[in-house]
Write a protein that binds this ligand. Structure first.
Ligand SMILES: CCCCCCCC/C=C\CCCCCCCC(=O)SCCNC(=O)CCNC(=O)[C@H](O)C(C)(C)COP(=O)(O)OP(=O)(O)OC[C@H]1O[C@@H](n2cnc3c(N)ncnc32)[C@H](O)[C@@H]1OP(=O)(O)O
Length: 153
C-alpha cells in the first residue's frame, strides 16, 4: 500500500517528514479511500499519569495524518500519483478533537482517516484513533489548500 510520506519530497514537517531527525516520522498508508497509520507511543509521551498518552501528541499525529490524507485524496482526484507534477499542499485550518477515552501508553495508536467532503479550496477529513477496541479520539479537520511554494525551504 502507498505510504503517502514516501511519495512527497521537500517535506520538513515535525510530525510526518521521514527526514526530520527530531520528528514523529508518522507513516500514512493510503488505499485510495482510507488512510491508516499505526504509531507506537514511547514512555515519555505520557500525560500527567505515566499510564496514558499526552493529548497534544494525539492531536499532533491526528493533524499530520489527516492533512496527508487530504493531500493524497487531492492527487487522486486530479488523476495523478502522489508527488507527481505540480505539488499539492494543504495546511490545517481547523482541528476539532473529541477525547473520548484515555489512550493507554502501551498503544499502539491506530488511526484511520478519510476525506468526507472535497472542494476546490478545502477538504474535510474525519479521523478516528483507536487503541485496541477502544475509540480514544475522534477528529474533524478542515484542510485548506495553499500554494505549493509554501513547502519551499
Ligand atoms: C514543487 C512541489 C512542492 C511541494 C512541497 C511540498 C512540501 C511539503 C510536503 C508535505 C507537507 C505535509 C504537510 C503536513 C502539515 C501538517 C499540518 C500542519 O501543521 S499545517 C500548519 C498549521 N496551519 C497553519 O499554519 C495554517 C495557518 N492559517 C492560514 O495560513 C490561513 O488561515 C489558511 C490558509 C488556513 C486559510 O487562509 P484563507 O483564510 O486566506 O483562505 P480562504 O480562501 O479564505 O479559505 C479557503 C476555504 O477554507 C475555509 N477555511 C479557511 N480557514 C478555515 C478555518 N480556520 N476553519 C474552517 N474553515 C476554514 C474557508 O471558509 C474557505 O472555504 P470555502 O472555499 O469558502 O468553502
Amino acid at each position: 500500500m502507498t505510504i503517502i510520506q514516501h511519495q512527497m519530497s521537500g517535506n520538513h514537517c515535525f510530525g510526518c517528514s521521514p527526514d526530520n531527525p527530531h520528528g514523529h516520522h508518522i507513516e500514512s498508508r493510503w488505499d485510495g479511500q482510507v488512510a491508516t497509520c499505526t504509531f507506537q507511543p514511547q514512555t515519555w509521551h505520557c500525560a500527567g499519569s505515566p499510564n496514558f498518552v499526552y493529548g497534544g501528541l494525539i492531536a499532533s499525529v491526528i493533524d499530520c495524518h489527516s492533512i496527508c490524507t487530504a493531500i493524497a485524496e487531492a492527487y487522486q482526484r486530479e488523476g495523478r500519483a502522489i508527488g507527481t507534477g505540480d505539488g499539492i499542499l494543504y495546511v490545517t485550518g481547523h482541528l476539532d478533537i473529541r477525547y473520548l477515552a484515555a489512550a493507554p501508553i502501551a498503544g499502539p495508536l491506530v488511526l484511520a482517516a478519510r476525506v468526507t467532503e472535497a472542494g476546490a479550496r478545502k477538504s474535510l477529513v474525519s479521523c478516528d484513533l483507536h487503541v485496541g477496541e477502544t475509540l480514544c479520539a475522534q477528529a474533524e479537520v478542515v484542510a485548506v489548500k495553499v500554494p505549493a511554494s509554501w513547502g519551499d525551504a
